[in-house]
Design a protein around this ligand. Structure first.
Ligand SMILES: Cc1cc2nc3c(=O)[nH]c(=O)nc-3n(C[C@H](O)[C@H](O)[C@H](O)COP(=O)(O)O)c2cc1C
Length: 305
């Protein structure tokens, strides 16, 4: 048995080298597939596991004796690398400073984002945790202002064909099904949002992706945990911040290109491989504005049970 993702339907194969194993039992603790047990003070494979190895690699990463090898589901033992020790990590204060000084940036200097920086953003985003390994996150990279604008223009042309979605008759028909909150959200947000995007684009102003020199669309697959692309996008955003880039999430594109024939055609035109439950476009670039103050934020609620 194996948990399927778009990249694999097989379980990974775990090999334990008995000689170096010191019987510490760490692999037994960390494996949530329950693939290990101890026998005569050595790790051995359990007779039965929960799902079959997903290839998270925890057993290899925790083993102090390099006694375990996992192969499969895109993972090979060569993917294990030493960490800088002791973890050099930034302090909470430095991390908080990074988070507090980040603002959504929609004004960009007329400068491309160089390929090495794009690779760095992707390398950082790849480290994001995922529901089930291997990551089922796909990324469409639009690595120039021209490509990004062409994408946004085509999105607006597509929106114009989908105007019925925000028509009074459609909202009236849907209200009993999706309830008064969604109805209000549509009337107060989605309807003006549609017009704002398309009317501005008609005037040559891109308020979909704001003329950014780089955009990345993170999306999943039919198997992906819906949260995966959102977590990867968040990592990408924070990585960009450390590289001196500004960024902004753009939530309005993904939900509108999921269902129907025209949406499928739009996805195909842009090399988007799957419809997916969740997804997010993030735009990046060198900021043309600097913020000198932070803004205190709060959650809707925090309840200690
Ligand atoms: C999921 C998500 C979707 C967003 N979508 C858009 C968008 O479509 N257009 C836009 O201009 N900003 C968008 N934003 C940016 C928010 O408006 C922004 O985060 C908010 O105004 C707070 O500003 P800050 O990020 O500087 O704290 C989005 C943010 C998130 C988290």
């Amino acid at each position: 048995m194996a948990i399927p993702t778009s990249r694999t339907t097989e379980a990974a194969i775990v090999t334990i080298h008995q000689e170096p194993c010191n019987g510490c039992g760490l692999c037994v603790s960390v494996c949530k597939d329950f693939a290990f047990r101890l026998e005569n003070e050595k790790a051995v494979l359990a007779d039965k596991t929960l799902f079959g190895c997903v290839g998270c690699g925890h057993c290899m990463a925790v083993c102090p004796k390099e006694a375990i090898e996992v192969r499969g589901r895109t993972l090979v033992p060569e993917h294990v690398f030493p960490l800088s020790a002791p973890r050099s990590g930034m302090s909470y204060e430095h991390f908080l400073d990074l988070l507090q000084s980040r603002r959504s940036i929609r004004e960009f200097r007329d400068m491309p984002v160089e390929r090495p920086l794009i690779e760095k953003i992707l390398d950082a985003a790849k480290t994001a945790p995922m529901g089930i390994p291997p990551s089922d996150v796909n990324v469409l990279v639009l690595d120039s202002r021209e490509k990004n604008n062409a994408f946004a223009q085509d999105f607006c042309a597509y929106l114009k064909k989908m105007r019925w979605l925000v028509s009074p008759w459609f909202l009236a028909v849907m209200r009993p099904f999706w309830g008064k909150e969604t109805d209000k959200l549509f009337r107060d947000f989605v309807v003006p949002f549609f017009s704002c995007l398309t009317d501005n684009m008609d005037q040559g102003v891109n308020v979909v992706t704001y003329d950014a020199p780089l955009a990345m669309y993170f999306y999943g697959s039919p198997y992906a945990d819906p949260a995966d692309p959102l977590i990867a996008a968040t990592y990408a955003m924070l990585a960009a911040e450390t590289l001196g880039l500004g960024s902004c999430m753009v939530g309005g594109i993904h939900p509108l290109i999921q269902r129907g024939k025209k949406a499928k055609q739009f996805r195909e035109r842009h090399g988007i491989k799957y419809a997916s439950q969740e997804g997010l476009v993030v735009i990046f670039g060198y900021p043309a504005v600097a913020y000198h103050k932070g803004i205190q934020r709060s959650f809707a609620s925090v309840t200690y049970a």
